[in-house]
Design a binder for this molecule. Structure first.
Ligand code: NAD
Length: 333
């Protein structure tokens, strides 16, 4: 068996983690591209059996049609989300899509708590102030999370890890999900309105769907407690940014930590330090002292990278051997 896979949108850390385990997968060949998958780069897959793509790859109808014309039978997503794929079109062209459903939920949950702590305790400001020999504490007062209420929206793998972390902080944990997680016996499930009304910390861990698109908007922000800390490590469009900005301006939030945000696509994983950013939304978010934005780095730990590499190559191997894992299937041809 020889399977040739073209990897799109690869960075140094992707290359290192995949190359470290590739020798274990005899007969598999990988070519790494820095450019991302889109209609204008899909033709590069000529001569390959599969492509490997990532969260912001453009895998719409046009891209899929070109990939199919080039003989691609398999799309390997090296991430959990797949909201960037036209699944109907993939089915039409008999392309199978496999993903990595979970690699290290703790990695993302720990980053979510990191953002919550940083905005709450102004760690981003403290770091800069001390570097400038400014040892004043004015403006750095935070709030204890201990004995406060954490509201977790979505209690799948990452949300459950976040629930456990919040419990470890001595918080009362309430949650909203369409399906209750039976492992979380210390969590009290409530309806969304109650979660908004009661929570001191709200962390989003549900997927982006039609139903959850702009879940956080003016009408839901109004229902939140004043001085709430809001964290989003899930998908940017769960929050309507214009309404979030209005809420921040009206002093609703103690702090906001975002690992994902609308319009992140052009920025994520790129070094744009010499560019003038074309979207004002990112710049406006960054202008608030109680907002921290990171660039979709929740997943980025050594453990998670190794797990992503292993599951992605296992998926390719299993596909060739006709024994794909149900849990890793997005769509089968
Ligand atoms: P998961 O599938 O294990 O859990 C998702 C949970 O959301 C499920 O329990 C599901 O029932 C629930 N849900 C679905 N629709 C809902 C709704 N309308 N309201 C409330 N809950 C709803 O997924 P996961 O592995 O925990 O990942 C969660 C999200 O985290 C992913 O969708 C992805 O967008 C994001 N993510 C981000 C990073 C990062 O680096 N920042 C990395 C991986 C995943």
């Amino acid at each position: 068996m020889i399977i040739k896979i073209l990897f799109y949108d690869t960075k140094k850390y992707d290359k290192e983690s995949f190359e470290a385990i590739l020798p274990e997968y005899k007969g598999m060949e990988i070519e790494f591209l820095e450019t991302d998958l889109s209609p204008s780069t899909a033709r590069f897959a000529n001569g390959c059996d599969a492509v490997c793509a990532f969260v912001n790859s453009d895998i719409g109808a046009k891209t899929i049609k070109i990939l199919a014309d080039e003989g691609i039978r398999l799309i390997l997503m090296r991430c959990a989300g797949f909201n960037n794929i036209d699944l109907e079109e993939a089915k039409k062209h008999s392309i199978t899509i496999l993903r990595v459903p979970g690699y290290s939920p703790e990695a993302v949950a720990e980053h979510a708590m990191g953002l919550a702590l940083a905005v709450n305790r102004h760690i981003h400001k403290g770091y800069i102030k001390v570097r400038e020999n400014n040892f004043s504490l004015v403006g750095l007062t935070g709030i204890n999370f201990y004995q406060k209420i954490a509201g977790i929206i979505g209690t799948g793998k990452i949300g459950a890890a976040m629930c456990r972390i919040c419990r470890g902080f001595g918080m009362e944990v309430i949650a909203y999900d369409k399906y209750q997680n039976p492992d979380l016996d210390f969590v009290r499930y409530v309806d969304l309105d109650t979660l908004f009304a009661k929570s001191d910390l709200i962390s989003l861990h549900c997927p982006l769907t039609k139903e959850t698109h702009h879940l956080i908007q003016e009408s839901t922000i109004e229902k939140m407690k004043d001085n709430v800390v809001l964290v989003n490590t899930s998908r940017g469009a769960l929050i309507k940014t214009e309404d979030l900005i209005k809420g921040i301006r009206s002093m609703k939030f103690f702090g906001v930590g975002l690992d994902v945000y609308e319009e992140e696509t052009d920025n994520v994983f790129e070094n744009r330090e010499d560019d003038i950013l074309e979207h004002s939304v990112t710049a406006r978010l960054l202008s608030f002292p109680n907002v921290i934005v990171t660039s979709h780095q929740g997943f980025l730990t050594e453990e998670a990278l190794e797990a992503i590499s292993r599951t992605t190559l296992d998926n390719a191997f299993d596909y060739e051997n006709k024994k794909i894992k149900e849990s890793n299937v997005v769509s089968v041809a």
